[in-house]
Design a protein around this ligand. Structure first.
Ligand code: DGJ
Length: 722
């Protein structure tokens, strides 16, 4: 259970495992005191003494050296010489801000953040720490919720202009906190298209280490995530302080190590390109940041994030339901399909046990390639003469559900929509629009554009029996300008875009609660908790090569659980890498997420189709475990030749084990992998071999893997407790 104590000058939030403490210094400066393992002592005097050392006359406020105070929400320029969390410019051009404690109040329930995705509570209280700068008339409400069932803290900040002058917010972080002085490694996730979220771990040195995006999306290139850990940290051991954002737009996530060797962590909207004008009486709400603590290594960190995603982020009827096994026609046909070809594909899909047929890009306008028609959400009668309904119905009659692809945030210059409304695209007058994938981005800061998107997607979903939507987004921002925003609000555009997107999504998921939504952005370019709040699964990557997917899914699992990750079996040679991997390996890797196929089933042999039916049958038998079990990483593809993980059912009754060896090694012992998450006192039968072993044996001495010859061989086992 989480508890909240408000003392004289000290606030202590704690649950059964962790504590978060804020100390109010004389004069009212709020200081971050502690985040970590639960403290039984409510008011730890040692900590207060540590930070309250004599000020030596240097940059003092109420006898505190501001440059060494670990500020809870500091600003630069009034004695604290480090990067701050907040920058506010006055009408006279100066940018000082000095927030002091006013009160600490409690909400009995966690409230949603207006217009933004946020973690929902389960009866936990929320602390509202109220601060004010009397000179500016600026009030800040810092919100904190510590969850009962995971060691995660949600934080956000609301700024309210209670003064009489117009204020310009130039930077408003969602979270600032300071970690104790000691050595750390920092872990971030960065990559590219088809190489998303690669793990990068290095020692944290004095200075700044940060990741961020100014692309209008959380991006393919990096993720709103960072973890600081003690250098000896492994999967199972070590202290980890990890952070993420419930946001899908431009972000900054950084650690700054100062002269005291104490890292200050900052997360929030990227100040680069950001600004928000606060007229008197107006307010601004930051996105929500998440802080997770683990004293059980990176595995412990992931367990906290996974519970957070499952219990506090993902919503709707599919949140904890078996996800349908799908066939997507993209890599089977690309733009080259018609009604009959799709029906033929669906028939084979139904025969092998697929449950959902997804029609991807190319069904609307006159889109025969990626250079037209985005925005014109009207069925292309050349390809589908009867429209979508007869196709969907025919597919339904085969016992399959029917899904459809959209890219609603975009507009092609070759579209009726663009010809009618060129000003609906992001643009800067006098500058040539810069195209990405031959398309422009719609201006979602405009209400008329948001209404158009909502209405056109709703019309298709109302007029046709559609069970699933893949919501794609295939280019980043350029020419960031809007016709409707005044000059002093143009820098609000990237965040207003996100507010527009979130408002559309909120309305759509409520109007179509039975539709399963999957988020996509050129693959995994918007894999974040913001999108997960609206759509229970996200396409991990356009790279479906099994070896690449070992890496991508391994590192994605640091933050996200298997039920969030769309993962498909595709053809060989793989379309992205040219690599040839066995069908069994493609199946073993892809089934560790929201499972599906993305290839021309009609070009496969009967033998391959039989193997696919067997894969599907096996997945159906253990689907809940695969999606909602406890996920343990066992061997990292970032450390060597092998990848292994295991998902264990919450009730311990079964587990699914996956092993992949990238390159065959001759004359070596077969690999032995020590499993995790099993009951040491129980015995398990391996379904594929009939062998029986003790849980203790499998976890402590390990499972012997009979790996076959050839590169990218794999083993997938279902273990049942007996
Ligand atoms: C990018 C997505 O990641 C792919 O899966 C596919 O839907 C294409 N867009 C279609 O244009």
């Amino acid at each position: 259970m989480s508890q909240l104590f408000i003392g004289q000058n000290l606030i202590h939030l704690r649950n059964d495992h962790v504590s978060y403490l804020i100390h109010i210094l004389p004069g009212g400066v709020p200081m971050h005191l502690y985040w970590g393992k639960r403290l039984e002592t409510l008011e730890p005097a040692q900590l207060i003494k540590h930070y309250g050392l004599p000020a030596n006359g240097s940059f003092t406020t109420n006898n505190c050296a501001m440059d060494r105070v670990p500020g809870e929400y500091p600003s630069f320029g009034l004695g604290d010489m480090r990067q701050g969390a907040l920058t506010v410019r006055r009408e006279d051009g100066t940018t000082s801000c000095d927030l002091r404690f006013v009160s600490a109040e409690i909400d009995t329930e966690k409230q949603p953040l207006p217009g933004l995705p946020s973690a929902y509570g389960n009866g936990e209280q929320t602390l509202r720490l109220i601060l004010k700068d009397e000179l500016l008339g600026l009030k800040a409400v810092l919100r904190y919720t510590l969850f009962d069932d995971c060691d995660a803290l949600a934080r956000s900040v609301e700024l309210i202009n209670e003064g009489s002058e117009t204020l310009s917010v130039e930077k408003a972080m969602s979270l600032c906190l300071q970690l104790p002085t000691r050595p750390y490694d920092i872990l971030t996730l960065s990559g590219s298209w088809a190489r998303e979220r690669e793990m990068h771990r290095r020692p944290m040195l004095p200075g700044e280490c940060s990741v961020g995006s100014i692309k209008g999306a959380s991006s393919l290139q990096t993720s709103p995530f960072l973890a600081m850990m003690t250098p000896e940290t492994t999967e199972r051991q070590g202290e980890v302080y990890a952070f993420s954002l419930v946001y899908s737009g431009n972000f900054y996530a950084g650690a700054l190590v100062d002269q005291q060797f104490s890292p200050r962590i900052l997360l929030g909207i990227n100040p680069d390109g950001f600004g928000w004008t606060l007229e008197p009486g107006q307010s601004f709400q930051t996105p929500e940041a998440i802080a997770v603590y683990s004293d059980a290594g990176l595995g412990g960190m992931s367990a906290q994030f996974h519970t957070l995603c499952a219990k506090h982020i993902v919503r709707g009827k599919f949140a904890d339901q078996p996800r349908p096994i799908l066939l997507n026609n993209w890599e089977a046909t690309y733009f080259n399909f018609d009604h009959d070809k799709l029906v033929k594909l669906a028939k084979t899909a139904a025969r092998v046990g697929v449950e959902l047929f997804v029609l991807d890009d190319g069904w609307f306008g006159h889109r025969d390639s990626d250079n037209s028609s985005l925005g014109d959400w009207v069925v292309d009668r050349r390809k589908l003469p009867g429209g979508l309904t007869p196709l969907a119905e025919e597919i339904h009659q085969m016992g399959l559900k029917f899904g459809l692809w959209f890219e609603p945030e975009m507009i092609s210059p070759d579209s009726d929509l663009y010809r009618a409304h060129p000003d609906w695209a992001l643009h800067i007058d006098g500058r040539t629009p810069i195209e990405g994938r031959n398309q422009l981005t719609l201006d979602l800061s405009r209400q008329d554009v948001c209404d158009y998107i909502y209405e056109s997607v709703s019309a298709i979903l109302t007029e046709n029996p559609i069970d699933y939507v893949k919501w794609d987004m295939n280019r980043n921002f350029s020419n960031v300008g809007s016709s409707l925003l005044p000059a002093n609000r143009q820098r609000e555009l990237p965040h207003r875009y996100m507010l527009g997107l979130y408002s559309i999504l909120e309305k759509l998921i409520h109007r179509f609660p039975d539709v399963l939504f999957e988020s996509c952005s050129s693959g995994g370019g918007r894999f974040d908790m913001g999108m997960l709040h609206y759509m229970p699964q996200t396409w991990c990557s356009d790279n479906t090569d099994a070896y690449s997917r070992c890496r991508i899914q391994y590192s994605t699992s640091l933050v996200f659980p298997p039920f969030a990750m769309g993962s498909h079996v595709s053809a060989v040679p793989n379309h992205q890498t040219g690599r040839i991997t066995p069908l069994s390996t493609r199946g073993n890797v892809a089934r560790s997420g929201c499972f599906g196929y993305e290839l021309d089933l009609n070009s496969l042999t009967e033998e391959e189709l039989t193997e696919i039916s067997q894969q599907i049958k096996a997945v159906k038998a253990v689907r809940n475990t695969l999606l909602y079990g406890d996920f343990y990483r066992l061997l990292s593809p970032y450390d060597g030749n092998d990848t292994a993980w295991i998902t264990v059912a919450k009730d311990g009754s079964e587990a699914v084990f996956t092993f992949e060896r990238a390159l065959f090694l001759s004359a070596t012992y077969p690999p032995v992998v020590r499993l995790a998450g099993l009951d040491p006192a129980a015995r398990y039968r391996i379904e594929e071999t009939g062998e029986e072993y003790g849980g203790d044996e499998l976890m402590y001495s390990g499972l012997y893997i009979p790996i076959s010859n050839g590169d990218h061989a794999s083993v997938g086992y279902i273990l049942r407790r007996i």
